[in-house]
Design a protein around this ligand. Sequence first.
Ligand code: PEP
Ligand code: MN
Length: 341
Amino acid sequence: MIVVMNHDANEKDIESVIRKLEKSGFQIHLSRGVERTIIGAIGDKTRLGSLALEAMPGVEKVVPILAPFKLASRNFKEQDTVVTVGDIQIGGQAVHVMAGPCAVESREQLMEAAFRVKEAGATVLRGGAFKPRTSPYSFQGLEEKGLEMLAEAREATGLYIVTEVMDSKTLSLVTQYADILQIGARNMQNFFLLRDAATTGKPVLLKRGPSATIEEWLMAAEYIISGGNQQVILCERGIRSFDPYTRNTLDLTAVPVLKYLTHLPVIVDPSHAIGKWRFVPPMARAAVAAGADGLLVEVHPNPSEALCDGPQSLTPENFRILMEEVRQVSKIMNRTMPDVR
Ligand code: PEP
Ligand code: MN
């Protein structure tokens, strides 16, 4: 439940409410808005009746949160969460595009991709060094060498790095290199990894599991937030459906639904959703029109030679064209796009 304080409640009032709740075993999460302070309390709600919180000075109302996700919910925090990565803000006014190859394959491939996506206006470079592959015989990633290349590309371009962490064992290694930790679709409900990722202090890009409901996805985010890290970005990347024509089905309804249910930023990955490069640009445009705060797009200097996900990767030139279109859609949506730096 949440305790909404009056706009003229003072520090002493807030403190008294917190102390009373803590004494009854509630876990407290404070949200200080511009207008008023909201105290989130998680615990046994049968104890609430005896507390008479509404009679305490400074308390406006006590509202139960019925959804199972509490800290991720908009009831708990009305204002959008803005995730800060260096000098960019994800979930704010600007639409940010994260782009790059599926996997880091070589220094040359990554550098070429990095410079080309930067020229087109991306602010974050993506690239997997640890790859979750269906087959154990497929390319598994360059691991630490790949992370070093990502760091070199960051140094050379000024782009921030988002890269996937697959398990708790490699978390501290990936954390040393990443600006944003990506938790992939297959790991969305790896609860130990979610808990551990919360302790790193890095923003987490949490992809939707291929068969996860929106509620399950928000509960996964709840693991990270309740572990002390509110810097979570949700990424819709398509869900399992019956039609094999596309790799997955892009659930664009998730964008407005999430914007309603949660304060967390929402981005869309049309590449993994569709699996065919030709259909990536229209769905990227549609995602921004639906209210997405950003995009994650696979771009490869030479898709036909890619070691991973070539069929869904855009060439740098097609990515440049897409970025011009996304700029137009953003304008219509009253959003900005960062200037090319
Ligand atoms: C990826 O981004 O390269 C990836 C593996 O994505 P997902 O976890 O959505 O399949
Ligand atoms: Mn991929």
